[in-house]
Design a protein around this ligand. Sequence first.
Ligand SMILES: CC(C)(COP(=O)(O)OP(=O)(O)OC[C@H]1O[C@@H](n2cnc3c(N)ncnc32)[C@H](O)[C@@H]1OP(=O)(O)O)[C@@H](O)C(=O)NCCC(=O)NCCS
Length: 153
Amino acid sequence: MVTTLPAFVTQPEIITKVIDYDRGKALIHQVRTAVFVHEQNVPADLEIDHLDGISQHVLATYEGHPVGTGRLTPQGRIGRVAVARPLRRQGVGQQIMEQLLVLAQRHHHREVVLSAQRHAIAFYEKLGFKCEGEAYLEVGIWHVTMRKQIFFG
Ligand SMILES: CC(C)(COP(=O)(O)OP(=O)(O)OC[C@H]1O[C@@H](n2cnc3c(N)ncnc32)[C@H](O)[C@@H]1OP(=O)(O)O)[C@@H](O)C(=O)NCCC(=O)NCCS
């Protein structure tokens, strides 16, 4: 279930790990359904797509319960980043993103791209992403494309 990447620990009870999609999808979609479908009214059939089965996924747990997730597609796109509402602004999203960026580096991506909801732009900017182009509507939510270069030491 867990790859060779080390677990990232934000605080004693919260752990983020890379998780195999087939084994972890119930936990991943538990978080995504709560955040995107119930909170943001994204249609449930759009929350899951064909990229899930071929992407790398990160899952954050709190005392064993799923509380955050995100994915990296084979094309180097980060997406479906979500943290359960009660645990926001405690560094969980940042830890998920840092682990996704490590994965991107290990897969030799020279850059990563994402589609940021406008409210989350500052969150991604703190991680080194830069906006490009005009904002656009996707599933009724304003988004902007953001990109980050990956540097190899
Ligand atoms: C966006 C989201 C993933 C951020 O997760 P989080 O766990 O709350 O973020 P963190 O606590 O790790 O924040 C990391 C940094 O970004 C900042 N930040 C987080 N959310 C922010 C926001 N909405 N506006 C401004 N800054 C924000 C934090 O203050 C923190 O900065 P600091 O280190 O200087 O204190 C979370 O708000 C979420 O799940 N939102 C709903 C789903 C969503 O919109 N996902 C993004 C789709 S593009």
